[in-house]
Design a protein around this ligand. Structure first.
Ligand SMILES: NC(=O)c1ccc[n+]([C@@H]2O[C@H](COP(=O)([O-])OP(=O)(O)OC[C@H]3O[C@@H](n4cnc5c(N)ncnc54)[C@H](OP(=O)(O)O)[C@@H]3O)[C@@H](O)[C@H]2O)c1
Length: 295
């Protein structure tokens, strides 16, 4: 019998692409997929394809009880609620509790690399959620997504414009993966019907330091980029000066510190294990997004 798979956060960028790959790449019948979101009005396109839509808001426990009814396999997409400390973990725990109450048979979750030793401000949310899932005794698939390549589309256009990239990553290396590849691999894991518990870390095939990333970027877009090393304090001051909210500046500084500490220097074969293919290379991602990068 075919399983019913529910994806939370279905209106988000990752959720949209996971459902796309479930339907188109894994050819899961639309009738076996439930797309859950805070606002089902945003899911008209999926409903038109025969995907059921349900309202699920992690801040509203009653919505989760109804949403998770009859679900075999649940994917909890981590939320973007980072502004209020503790809120995201509370949200995720509410989703895990509701899954256990609803009798969900398998829980999947989008986490981050090495949340147990990560210096990133939001790492405790991911570690706490992973532990809450494990504590239910329900078989699980934890998918730890590396730092998206898409994150470079936020700061790099400005850096390329000025010709300078201020970074506190020192000589630390990072392996990035595109959001699209995360979606592809997560869809493959959801469609696998596995009843085993497993933890995957989705990374690219190479781990690069800031000098190398800058060189790859400069070559891809045809513009020079100089790397300037700064301290955490200088980086934070610069970001606040540019108008970033404190929690965003703190998060970005902590990400640089995490790279510097070597905690993002991790290359796995998990993408290939799940999909049978290779993830996109950073240079190809930069070439594909050249217009946005030099805008
Ligand atoms: N690895 C990385 O570099 C990286 C980068 C950015 C984000 N992330 C994480 O990955 C997640 C998905 O990424 P994305 O690119 O798809 O981000 P996004 O487009 O900003 O999506 C945010 C997601 O949070 C969900 N959400 C927010 N509040 C919620 C609530 N109260 N209850 C249930 N869901 C809620 C949204 O669901 P609906 O709108 O459908 O309700 C949506 O799926 C993010 O939320 C974040 O945790 C990772």
């Amino acid at each position: 019998m075919s399983e019913t798979i529910l994806i939370t956060g279905a209106a988000g960028q990752l959720g949209q692409r996971i459902i796309h790959h479930l339907l188109e790449t894994e050819t899961v019948p639309a009738a076996n997929i439930i797309a859950a979101t805070r606002d089902t009005a945003k899911l008209g396109d999926l409903a038109a394809k025969g995907v059921a839509t349900r309202r699920a808001d992690f801040d509203d426990a009653a919505s989760l009880e109804a949403a998770f009814k009859g679900v075999d396999r649940l994917l909890i997409i981590s939320t973007d609620a980072l502004a209020v400390p503790g809120q995201r973990l509370k949200q995720h725990k509410a989703a895990v509790d509701a899954a256990a109450k609803a009798g969900v048979k398998h829980i999947a979750y989008t986490s981050m690399p090495s949340p147990d030793k990560s210096l990133v401000t939001f790492a405790p949310d991911h570690l706490g959620t992973e532990n809450a899932i494990k504590a239910t005794g329900i078989p699980y698939t934890i998918i730890r997504n590396a730092w998206y390549m898409e994150n470079y589309l936020h700061g790099m256009p400005h850096n390329l414009h000025s010709g300078t990239w201020y970074t506190a990553t020192g000589e630390g290396k990072i392996s990035n993966i595109s959001r699209e590849d995360c979606a592809r691999a997560i869809a493959a894991s959801l469609a696998s019907n596995t009843s085993q518990s497993a933890t995957y870390t989705l990374t690219g095939t190479e781990s690069l330091d800031a000098d190398k990333i800058a060189a790859v970027l400069a070559d891809a877009v045809g513009k020079p980029l100089k790397v300037v090393s700064v301290t955490d304090e200088q980086l934070g001051q610069g970001m606040r000066g540019a108008g970033l909210p404190d929690f965003v500046a703190d998060m970005l500084v902590s990400a640089d510190a995490n790279i510097r500490a070597g905690n993002f220097d991790l290359v796995t074969a998990d993408y290939e294990k799940l999909t049978g293919g290779k993830p996109e290379m950073l240079k190809d991602f930069f070439v594909a997004h050249k217009t946005a990068l030099i805008a």
